[in-house]
Design a protein around this ligand. Structure first.
Ligand SMILES: [Zn+2]
Length: 240
């Protein structure tokens, strides 16, 4: 039996909240369990210490309703798909045994994000090989889908997050060191006062094509199998 149905992965604490927090809240509302894996502690970030970010990450995980959140403590700003990094991710996949893995985009501008995508992709394949030298029984997730923090992409599907957007923002606001200027640190775009407006604009853009107020976009390899096109594709549009 799977310990969680969904494993969400980010290079740094806060990537998961920004990229797929709405999907996780929507899945939780349907009774699915999920865990979060942060590949690094974000110790080289422009704002906040690793200790502050760890506390913020646990608070955000509680807001989202995660079954667990763990950090693999790979090196921030130096992520590479090395054997050691992939092995650590294989161990996490074998431990949590998810059906669905939500990962990052290999096209993202931040090199850690692109590296995270390769680490997760490699790990999801290798975790199934019985003789790969990592702890745990072999396991292969059925699908890997990807969110993006920077790069534009044509989504394979979007998830309506209208009912979850306020809670998603509540999870994001746990990262006071990153998204406010109350704490000292570099003046980054994500700590600007209008950052939340940028986020809402992006989610509204992705929602308007499917009649949702807000939606999150995801990419995947190949088309999704849709057992019931009426139920999946003919969803009621919001009242305009
Ligand atoms: Zn990041």
């Amino acid at each position: 039996m799977n310990l969680v149905e969904i494993l969400a992965v980010g290079a740094h604490p806060d990537d998961v909240e920004l990229g797929c927090g709405g999907l996780l809240l929507a899945m939780r509302a349907r009774g699915h369990r999920f865990a979060i894996v942060d590949l690094t502690a974000g110790e080289r970030g422009s704002r906040g210490t690793a200790e502050e970010r760890a506390k913020e990450a646990q608070a955000a995980a509680a807001v989202l309703g995660a079954a667990a959140r763990e950090c693999l403590h790979l090196p921030d700003t130096r992520l590479e798909p090395t054997h050691g990094a992939v092995k650590a991710m294989v161990e996490a996949v074998r431990k949590w045994r998810p059906q669905l893995v939500v990962s990052m985009s290999p096209l993202d501008r931040h090199p850690d994000h692109a590296a995270a995508a390769r680490i997760v992709e490699n790990a999801c394949f290798l975790a199934a090989l019985p003789n790969f030298d990592a702890p745990g029984a072999p396991h292969r997730p059925r699908r890997v889908v990807r969110y993006s923090r920077h790069a534009w992409f044509a989504p394979s599907f979007v998830v309506d997050i209208t009912e979850h957007v306020e809670r998603k923002l509540e999870a994001i606001r746990c990262y006071k060191s990153q998204f406010t200027r109350e704490a000292p640190g570099a003046r980054t775009p994500i700590s600007a006062p209008d950052f939340e407006e940028d986020l809402r604009a992006s989610w509204r853009f992705h929602g308007q094509g499917v009649g949702a107020l807000y939606a999150e976009p995801f990419a995947m390899d190949g088309p999704p199998a849709v057992p019931d096109p009426v139920a999946a594709l003919c969803v009621e549009r919001r009242d305009f």
